[in-house]
Design a protein around this ligand. Structure first.
Ligand code: FES
Length: 105
């Protein structure tokens, strides 16, 4: 069966200010929101290498850095920029409506 995507409400825009990482759960999904230079991105919350929670990582111009072994993932395409992670993070579309952040899952 093909599962249709849907937009889920994640949080208020002001809960993800510039430079901030937050994680949230929706059903079986664990999603990271990252505000990089005023733009909000959504990716999987859990690192593809050894399951660290990326919301306790670090945000930089290059992307989100895993707190455990320090791989950096690009926020646009989820690609790891350095070892040890080799598998990209899944990324999700984001939209802002009436001051709420929505993620397409
Ligand atoms: S758990 Fe993220 S790089 Fe190892």
């Amino acid at each position: 069966m093909i599962k249709m995507s849907q937009w889920i409400k994640a949080c208020k825009v002001d809960q993800v200010p510039e430079g901030k990482l937050i994680g949230f759960h929706s059903d079986d999904k664990k999603i990271l929101l990252a505000n990089q230079k005023g733009k909000i991105f959504a990716t999987d919350l859990i690192c593809t290498h050894a399951e660290a929670d990326l919301s306790s990582g670090f945000l930089s111009e290059e992307g989100v850095r895993c707190p455990l072994h320090l791989s950096v993932f690009n926020l646009q395409d989820g690609n790891p920029q350095n070892l040890p992670a080799e598998i990209p993070l899944k990324t999700y579309n984001v939209k802002i409506q009436q001051n709420e952040v929505y993620v397409e899952v």
